[in-house]
Design a protein around this ligand. Structure first.
Ligand code: MOS
Length: 724
């Protein structure tokens, strides 16, 4: 087990970030770069009858105006997580078929961005329009047959005879990731090689996907993605604009830069789909949850399928012996939804943890004590043990830090001197502890430098800092001259960085590489005395470098997963491993203050305590939790995509109207870690953190609002007008 206690340290890229030195894809300096702009479709669904590009082409400085006819022969690689995880097919501009508002119908390439924007506005099109459904509840939406879910015991019968019952429906809106770095591609075509600069969580899939789409040998496609300005799942799959920029670069013989404007991203990039959750819970007279049923509906696109898995965590949060779940996909005419931080777990925890709170009140129990009394010791779904589970410790530690024992349980009972209503709420969260296979190459050189290459993408979460902690732990190298090469499929095979498996996949394989390096060095040293670093010894013994390679897969995975890794296909495992089940856990304690006249809700403080195994990078781990909690506050009280059912577009498609929390909305966020290494998942004892951080925040806020006001609000975001 990992005995290392990792010290707090600054991010390895902190200095570069604050000085603006870090280069993102669209920042790459490049000779003769041409600028592209997309022309969005003005209808939702139908056929593109004609496109008039003459006026656009006549603008001085326009190099080309491409329409679908210029993309003949291009194939959709299938883009969800690089085409390997479920199936998504729709690539804009491959035909005259239009399936959602705003999809590109033409691409203008010009000498400057300003010219490209001006010319794009001059492209005219005519359409053959068809009827469409914009909303989850639209009568023209197509509801698919339910996906099979969990089925343990006899939930319906036990629910019918339970002493205390809750039956309620919860709604979660469509949301957009809105990473600060907008989705952008710079494509270069030189000497028969295509180079793609793109902020992606999935550079391996991008390499092989572009090769498949454009009919190129993968050896002729290079991808660079050293840094992303935020990903949140929106960049974990292939993007519709990449092939457009690549094709334009190939046709023009010049580098082409395409930065998608934020307003267009609301209509082209993936998002968190709207969902509806009906939860039924039953408890016995002793306050034990005896049965649950969970039926969900989730918005989807018309051509594709993005599968739901809301119940994966809710079936495990408590020891509920009778549990059943279904999920139905609802086809609407939007771009295909995809993964957004805690894609299912955030809305599922809002619904389920609100319902559990309702049940605690119905049974006359304290919401914290009720949760502790229903904790699960083994996995209710498989019957297998958990690799580690400190949810109860998270709840107890959080309660202690928060001062939960001073809570008066009666709703509306706690008030400030000025009459402000005070509410205290709690909720739990979980997220699968997943792992992906990885190969790491470590080279220590006599010249004082060290280079480690492996799979990973730095979206700002701090993976470089975690890798640095692992590579410098116990290795006599110069820490100031360590080069970490990630996001480059030609340096090491790249797996998608998502699903909170980044640290759990990279740190253990780096520890292995360090051990291999130590062993190789000892062998080479052959009993000679050591004076100084490995670099110094290599220099003295006139050897330019030592290189080792290590590999690691998830528990129980066959060696064939490395073939998938080498081809850029998803190969992660979890939460079920033979013979254990692995999750990270969190408990959130929230104070809200509701102004009695305006009903304005403030969140002055939150305590969040996490069990994510061993903490490798304390600084970035704490930041991850703060970021997740801030997002949870936004999801609870601010964020929603306002869809116009008549036009099928997002009305609030910018940061002025798509409201996210600002500094003034955020109070104190206290973060605690259990920091106990998981003994089974990997040698580093690391589980995952990125997504669990926001799971349950919205429920804890809703529960606190109930405690403050006596109003149970079941639709996100919770708005002032709901509180009257
Ligand atoms: Mo993340 S939403 O799994 O890229």
């Amino acid at each position: 087990m990992n005995q290392t206690i990792y010290p707090d340290r600054a991010r390895v890229d902190a200095r570069d970030k604050v000085r603006g030195v870090t280069r993102f894809a669209a920042d790459m300096p490049m000779q003769r770069v041409a600028h592209a702009m997309t022309v969005p479709s003005r209808i939702v669904r139908g056929r593109l009858a004609a496109v008039d590009i003459d006026a656009a082409r006549a603008v001085d400085g326009v190099l080309a105006v491409l329409t679908w006819r210029d993309f003949k022969g291009v194939k959709s690689a299938g883009y969800l997580m690089g085409g390997g995880f479920g199936f998504q097919s729709h690539q804009p501009m491959l035909s005259d078929r239009l399936v959602h508002r705003g999809e590109p119908i033409a691409l203008v390439v010009a000498e400057t961005l300003e010219i490209a924007i001006e010319a794009a506005a001059l492209v005219e099109a005519s359409y053959e329009e068809e009827q469409f459904a914009a909303l989850l509840g639209d009568t023209r939406a197509e509801v698919l047959a339910p996906q099979p879910g969990h089925d343990m015991g006899d939930a319906q019968a036990v629910l019918a005879s339970a002493t205390f019952r809750v039956d309620a429906e919860y709604l979660s809106p469509a949301q957009f990731q809105n990473p600060m770095e907008m989705i952008a591609t710079v494509a270069e075509w030189r000497d028969g090689t295509l180079t793609i600069h793109e902020g992606t969580q999935n550079s391996g899939a991008l390499k092989f996907g572009m090769a498949a789409a454009l009919g190129l040998d993968p050896a002729r496609v290079r991808v660079e993605s050293a840094y992303l300005g935020g990903g949140f799942g929106q960049k974990n799959s292939l993007q519709g604009q990449t092939v457009l920029a690549a094709r334009a670069a190939m046709l023009l013989g010049r580098p082409v830069k395409l930065v998608m404007p934020r307003a267009q991203l609301f209509h082209t990039a993936s998002f968190r789909p709207a969902s509806r959750h009906r939860i039924r819970l039953g408890a016995d007279a002793d306050g034990r949850i005896v049965a649950a049923s969970y039926d969900a509906d989730m918005q989807n696109s018309r051509p594709d399928t993005f599968r739901a898995s809301f119940s994966e965590i809710t079936a495990r949060l408590y020891a509920i012996p009778n549990y059943t779940s279904t999920a139905r996909l609802v086809r609407t005419d939007v771009q295909s939804p995809g993964y957004m931080r805690a894609p299912f777990e955030h809305p599922a925890a809002f619904a389920f943890e609100s319902a559990v709170d309702e049940l605690a009140y119905a049974a006359g129990r304290d919401p914290l004590a009720f949760r502790l009394a229903n904790d699960a010791e083994t996995d209710p779904v498989t019957g297998h043990p958990f690799s580690s589970r400190f949810l109860a410790e998270c709840l107890r530690d959080g309660a202690e830090r928060f001062g939960w024992s001073r809570r008066d349980p009666a709703p509306g009972s706690m008030r400030a001197a000025d009459g402000t209503l005070i509410g205290w709420g709690v909720a739990a969260g979980a997220y699968k502890a997943a792992m992906a296979p990885a190969i790491a190459r470590l080279r220590v050189r006599a010249d004082g430098t060290t280079r480690i290459s492996l799979s990973g993408h730095e979206m700002g979460q701090g993976i470089r800092t975690a890798i640095f902690a692992a590579v410098t732990d116990g290795l006599a190298i110069d820490p100031a001259r360590v080069e970490i090469v990630i996001g480059d499929p030609d340096a090491a095979p790249q797996h998608v960085t998502a699903g909170s498996w980044g640290t759990a996949s990279s740190v253990p394989v780096v520890r292995r590489a360090v051990q291999a390096m130590q062993a190789r060095f000892e062998e080479f040293r052959d009993g000679r005395p050591i004076r100084g670093t490995i670099h110094e010894m290599l220099a003295r013994w006139r050897r330019p470098y030592i290189e080792v390679e290590s590999r690691l897969q998830a528990p129980g995975q066959p060696d064939t997963v490395f073939d998938r890794l080498q081809r850029g296909l998803p190969a992660a495992a979890g939460p079920e491993y033979e013979p254990f089940v692995s999750f990270s856990y969190i408990a959130h304690f929230v104070e809200v203050r509701v102004e009695p006249t305006t009903r304005h809700v403030r969140v002055p403080r939150i305590v969040s305590v996490v069990d994510c195994g061993r903490i490798v990078s304390p600084r970035t781990a704490e930041s991850q939790v703060r970021g997740g909690v801030v997002w949870g506050i936004g999801a609870a009280l601010r964020e929603t995509a306002e869809i116009d059912p008549r036009f099928g577009g997002v009305l609030n498609n910018d940061f002025a109207e798509y409201v996210v929390p600002v500094n003034a909305d955020i109070g104190a966020i206290e973060v605690g870690f259990i920091d106990r290494p998981d003994p089974l998942l990997n040698e580093a004892g690391v589980k995952g953190l990125g997504e669990v951080a926001m799971v349950g925040v919205a429920a804890a806020i809703g529960n606190a609002i109930f405690h403050a006001t006596g109003r149970r609000l079941r639709e996100l975001p919770i708005r002032v007008e709901h509180l009257f």
